[in-house]
Design a binder for this molecule. Structure first.
Ligand code: NAD
Length: 312
């Protein structure tokens, strides 16, 4: 399959390597000049479960996508951060032809609204992934452990192609699963990010330390209740008790000493976070539906205040 990955960060690199190694024609597009330069010069380098691998994968700087003008990809996979999605797709929209499908695997809520500006609903695929990835520098990924992908076409017409993508992902070892209700899974994952990522970033602690505070159960339950109330308005029925158990398992899991990606973005790297697409999306949808979301409103504002302080 001809696959263009938009966003050659940690996750884009993982998917690029795995799809390249299984024989697909993979092309990368990225907006971070140092990253593009490193991948052009040295290839895409990774520590893949402890083993050094290098793959020569073509990469284009976001501002130079016109060089790919006549390239007709079958699938474009979005792997930017949420806050980069719209500006990035404004630049790559010329690559989306009538037969191109777009798969979104970003964390967070509301990406389908952004992507519908660039691709028809029949060619839009939504998903979530439990694979993880990190960058140790430009063009260098650290890929440890295992994961899976859940995906579903946004409109019924896209099912046939989505099943083809499932086969291609299976051949790449990405453990895909066709979902009957990917929107539910997206909301359930957003609850994990909207609790663990946001609270660890504000409290500057890892997941285990958050779980050891006496306030964790109440905070999690209040936040999840807001997500569930807003999701219900969109026809997604989250069970708050089940979601709480699902999130709280992380406190004692093997990765409990992990610092969530929002912590890494904000506290370690002083980058903008995806908060507007997690708690911020719940706050904004809550205002629209007249549902009170005081926890999400406060958390969103605190994260933005911290972004301002750290970026000064
Ligand atoms: P990432 O930050 O590694 O990459 C996203 C974009 O930011 C890329 O274009 C990358 O080149 C650029 N970038 C990265 N570091 C930069 C820097 N220091 N300066 C300038 N630009 C930089 O993001 P990611 O981890 O690949 O995540 C992509 C999406 O996948 C997000 O929505 C994320 O929430 C989601 N996700 C991530 C993981 C994970 O383990 N990393 C797991 C599941 C889902």
């Amino acid at each position: 399959m001809k696959i263009v990955i938009v966003g050659a960060g940690a996750m884009g690199s993982r998917f690029a390597l795995m799809l390249h190694h299984s024989g697909n024609e993979v092309t990368l597009i990225d907006g971070w000049p140092e990253n593009v330069a490193a991948i052009k010069k040295f290839g895409l380098r990774a520590q893949f479960n402890g083993k050094s691998v290098v793959a020569k994968i073509p990469i284009y700087q976001l501002d130079q996508v016109q060089q790919l003008q006549n390239y007709q990809a079958d699938l474009l996979i979005a792997f930017t951060k949420s806050n980069q999605l719209e500006a990035t797709f404004d630049k790559v929209k010329t690559l989306i032809g009538p037969n191109t499908y777009v798969l979104c695997l970003l964390n967070g809520l509301g990406h389908e609204a952004v992507l519908q500006k660039y691709v028809s609903v029949d060619h839009l695929i939504l998903g979530i992934t439990l694979w993880t990835a990190a960058l140790s520098g430009p063009g260098q990924a650290v890929l440890i452990g295992t994961g899976n992908v859940e995906l579903q076409n946004f409109s019924p017409k896209g099912k046939e192609f989505t099943l083809q993508v499932e086969k291609v992902f299976a051949a790449a070892g990405l453990n895909p699963q066709y979902s009957d209700n990917v929107k539910y899974s997206i909301w359930r994952k957003a609850c994990v990010n909207g609790t663990l990522n946001t609270l660890c970033s504000l409290l500057e602690c890892n997941i285990k330390e958050l779980g050891q505070t006496s306030f964790a159960p109440t905070l999690l339950k209040e936040i999840i209740a807001e997500f569930a109330a807003v999701a219900a308005h969109e026809g997604i029925n989250l069970n708050p008790d089940e979601v709480y158990q699902h999130v709280a398992v992380a406190f004692t899991s093997d990765s409990a000493e992990h610092y969530p990606s929002m912590y890494q973005d904000l506290v370690q790297n002083h980058r903008q976070t995806e908060i507007d697409f997690i708690n911020g999306a719940v706050w904004s949808k809550g205002q629209q539906y007249k549902i009170a979301t005081p926890y999400c409103a406060l958390l969103t504002q605190l994260i933005h205040a911290k972004e301002e302080l750290l970026q000064q």
